[in-house]
Design a protein around this ligand. Structure first.
Ligand code: NAD
Length: 511
């Protein structure tokens, strides 16, 4: 359903979008856009339903959501078919990118949430300890608006929604207008597992609907999408001081060191630049290869990319999912060629009606080209030779984006050393992109690639307010600093500073 055309409005004035398939462009249906009033009504219903949901123990919410795994397993063919109808991605990718991580995320979060969200006792330090006790409560925020993109439409909707629900919130999801039914299917799966219908709702439409949700009475926005939309959402949230997380685009660099296993590096470069037709926020979009191994690496990459099958639903590389992407990918390539880049494999849109783009290898690129500076989101492996690893790090960091990065070397310690120099949200050794599938890892972008995190402990707890409750111990208190101020007040405070913090031994006890 990836080609989206506005249609005449319905009789009651509702906007409609016509959707067609990216593989052969057959018309697959129309989408009726939710009105602002409908979005507001959904948020209001969600608010009413939230109190009862939040009153259930986390373990019970987890028990209900865990039931979604059985639904995912049972309905996996339907999920695969729905995602493929909207995106045309190969079945293997619908399974690896959507269904497997969906099962794993639900399984992981449901096990972790009861432990990670339970009330916590934190031992206080030093001089506070005899007087106070600290408790932390992870309170739900209320209603969370989740807005998602089209490139992994099922799992990118399911993952934040499951976390928000486990934390005791109700959720209104607005999936991409390019892939609306895949997002909606994530909601249906969770309803079937037992999540009450008003606790999780789906509204449909494009940016206007998303903006209506952001402007609505929501308590947090969890957004995954482009930098441009992320900025608009941040500005809208600023007006009401609504908290948000933004998971945005990337231009991830892969560094191929002189001691890399070149077979693995070339296979990795081909796969990690092109799976999901290169439409992954963590796709390898720039490859920096050290000069001494560049010839052999490029030869292997050329060989591997030339062997990829494309042009039908059953190939290795599927179509672009969205017609606008064809112009972006072609434009970046044209710009690069005009500035001296050389195309070794592929290089143009494939013949036929579908949105297929040839798997492509480009060399002789520079940082003056859009292909090296802007998110391309297409099946292109772009290779630049570098003198050494220091130059690779410098160039990798020369980007407005900072989502992920990867280092290919046989030496794990070296990967760690180089990785630590990358100004990116995450780094992977001898692999890439897979980090999103590691829910323990705090995943989020730096620079233009985002604000906040969608995985890891901070992500789950990010759907709560961590409320400290400070209890005062009986018998001892800090009343000595209360009114009235006397000479004794000053003496006590001076004594604490001079004999406490001024004494190295006692300072240690106070820390
Ligand atoms: P997009 O920003 O065009 O749209 C994303 C969502 O936002 C859609 O649901 C859209 O309808 C909605 N939207 C558009 N304008 C809006 C507005 N003004 N207010 C509220 N909502 C609005 O992005 P896209 O083209 O659907 O997705 C591709 C982008 O997503 C790429 O840049 C990709 O890198 C990024 N992405 C990031 C991650 C990550 O985790 N960092 C993951 C996947 C995709």
């Amino acid at each position: 359903m990836a080609i989206v055309q506005p249609q005449p409005a319905t009789e009651d004035g509702r906007r409609r979008l016509s959707l067609s398939n990216p593989v052969d462009r057959h018309h697959v249906g129309d989408l009726e856009v939710s009105t602002k009033a409908e979005v507001d009504a959904a948020v209001e219903r969600a608010r009413k339903a939230q109190a009862e949901w939040a009153a259930r123990p986390v373990a019970e919410r987890a028990r209900i959501l865990r039931g979604a795994i059985d639904v995912l397993v049972r309905r996996r063919d339907e999920i695969v078919e729905q995602v493929r109808a909207e995106t045309g991605k190969p079945k293997a990718e619908a399974l690896t990118i959507e269904v497997v991580p969906a099962c794993d995320f639900v399984n992981f979060w449901c096990k972790r949430a009861p432990k990670d969200l339970r009330d916590e006792k934190r031992r206080l330090h030093g001089y506070l300890l005899p007087m106070k006790k600290l408790r932390i409560k992870y309170q739900p925020l209320g209603v969370v608006g989740v807005i998602t993109p089209w490139n992994a439409p099922f799992v990118l909707s399911l993952n934040p929604v499951v976390q928000a629900l486990l934390a005791g919130n109700s959720v209104v999801l607005k999936p991409s207008e390019v892939t609306p039914r895949s997002g909606e299917l994530a909601v249906k799966v969770l309803h079937e597992a037992g999540v009450p219908t008003d606790v999780l709702q789906c509204v449909h439409g494009d940016g206007e609907t998303g903006a209506a949700l952001v402007d609505g009475a929501v308590d947090k926005i969890s957004f995954t999408g482009s930098v441009q939309t992320g900025r608009a959402i941040a500005a809208a949230c600023a007006k009401k001081l609504t908290p948000y997380t933004l998971e945005l685009g990337g231009k991830d660099a892969m560094i191929v060191c002189d001691d890399a296993d070149l077979e693995r590096a070339a296979s990795g470069a081909a796969y990690l630049s092109m799976f999901n037709s290169g439409q992954v926020c963590l796709s390898v979009e720039r490859i920096y290869v050290v000069e001494s191994v560049a010839d052999e690496f490029i030869r292997l990459l050329e060989e591997k990319v030339s062997a990829l099958r494309y042009g039908s639903e059953d190939g290795d590389v599927g179509p672009l999912f969205f017609d606008r992407q064809v112009d972006v990918v072609s434009g970046h390539l044209e710009d690069a060629k005009n500035k001296g880049a050389k195309v070794l494999v592929g290089g143009s849109r494939a013949a036929g009606d579908g949105l297929f783009f040839q798997p492509t290898v480009v060399v002789d690129v520079t940082h003056d080209m859009q292909l090296m500076t802007e998110e391309t989101f297409g099946p292109i492996a772009t290779v630049m030779r570098v003198r050494d690893e220091d130059e690779a790090v410098r160039l990798a960091n020369d980007s407005q984006y900072g989502l992920g990065g990867s280092v290919f070397t046989k030496d794990a310690a070296k990967a760690e050393r180089i990785g630590g120099q990358l100004k990116t949200g995450s780094v992977v050794h001898n692999d890439a992109a897979v980090i999103y599938g590691v829910p323990e890892a705090p995943f989020g972008g730096r620079k233009d690639s985002g604000v906040g995190q969608v995985n890891g402990l901070d992500s789950l707890r990010g759907f709560t307010h961590a409320q400290p409750i400070l209890l005062t111990r009986g018998g001892s208190s800090n009343e000595s600093v209360w009114y009235p101020y006397t000479d004794k007040t000053i003496r006590n405070l001076e004594g604490l500073i001079q004999h406490g913090f001024g004494n190295k031994f006692i300072r240690k006890l106070l820390s």
